[in-house]
Design a protein around this ligand. Structure first.
Ligand code: NAD
Ligand code: ZN
Length: 277
């Protein structure tokens, strides 16, 4: 792995970050693996073990939203394996380092495919959850959102309806289902941030789910450098200017520490006495 503080790859990544004015990150399920949440694909992935879910989830939901809600409430009561892993998970060192990089002004925005709420809980502020957030509910008409904990659901009146004046749309989990259009506001934000990007980082994603994978690909095609952080190669690897092989819970803290050290050296140099001699 090339995440030790002296590695040439790490130094190259730090230089790219220092030179960037608007670095954008695409994050994926690999970032949450060290928080105990299984990925979908790859070794030990949920789908590798269980098989892929049906691709027409949203069609099934739309045909019978009451049935979806009955199953969701049942799942909440019976502690489904994936749901339990998400609910008991805590942000890991990778999530915290990514939030630190934002606080340092080193990265501008995170587009995450994760639905587990761990980026926000780690303190990430400029964040688009392109596939939604499992802990929130969303109206399919007006896109209003509520944390699940603040959205009472009457099991006798399913599906729940949106309370916004004049709306009344059906409310579902915020997670984007297979076959469901990604909420337009999220797509707009991703497109805006990606268009401004002068550096892309791809962290813990197999980069095979679209449109998410399209953002770093399109950026690389217009000459924007790409840093990949992943223990395994992905379709993005050939496009990357720098590849940091390793778990994000180790690589991102090393990267954040190196960026901070560079910033500290910069401010020490600016304030060092004797400059006027
Ligand atoms: P993916 O499951 O397709 O791929 C995971 C990637 O993470 C792989 O490339 C793997 O090599 C890498 N990885 C494994 N361990 C890692 C580590 N410790 N550090 C960094 N990288 C590591 O995930 P994806 O590309 O995000 O696409 C899966 C889809 O499933 C997404 O749409 C996402 O919404 C959803 N999903 C979300 C969660 C979550 O919220 N935590 C979990 C599983 C799936
Ligand atoms: Zn509504």
């Amino acid at each position: 792995m090339s995440s030790d503080a002296d590695s040439p790859s790490l130094a190259h990544a730090v230089a790219l970050i220092a030179a960037a004015r608007h670095a954008v990150v695409l994050a994926g399920a690999g970032m949450s693996k060290e928080s105990g949440i299984p990925t979908f694909r790859g070794d030990g992935g949920l789908w590798t073990v269980r098989g892929e879910p049906p691709l027409n989830q949203y069609e099934t939901f739309s045909a019978d939203p009451r049935r979806w809600w009955e199953r969701r409430l049942e799942q909440e009561r019976s502690a489904d394996e994936f749901a339990t892993a998400i609910e008991s998970a805590e942000p890991n060192a990778g999530h915290r380092a990514l939030a630190d990089l934002e606080a340092m002004g080193a990265i501008a925005h995170v587009i995450s495919q994760n639905i587990d709420d761990l980026h926000r809980r780690a303190g990430q502020r400029s964040l688009t959850e392109i596939h939604g957030n499992r802990t929130w509910m969303r109206c399919i008409v007006c896109e209003s959102r509520w944390p699940r904990a603040e959205f009472p659901v009457d099991p006798e009146a399913l599906p729940p309806r949106c309370a916004q004046p004049g709306c009344g749309g059906i409310v579902k989990g915020d997670t984007v289902m297979f076959g469901e259009p990604i909420p337009p506001s999220a797509l707009r934000r991703c497109a805006e941030e990606s268009a401004r990007a002068d550096l892309f980082l791809s962290v813990g994603t197999s980069a095979v789910v679209y449109p998410a994978a399209q953002y770093p690909i399109a950026a690389a095609q217009r000459g924007v450098p790409l840093i990949e952080i992943n223990p395994e190669p992905t379709p993005l690897t050939p496009l990357a200017a720098v590849v940091l092989r390793g778990p994000s819970g180790e690589v991102l803290p090393a990267l954040a520490a190196a960026v901070r050290a560079l910033q500290d050296r910069g401010s020490a140099a600016r304030t060092s006495p004797g400059e006027d001699d």
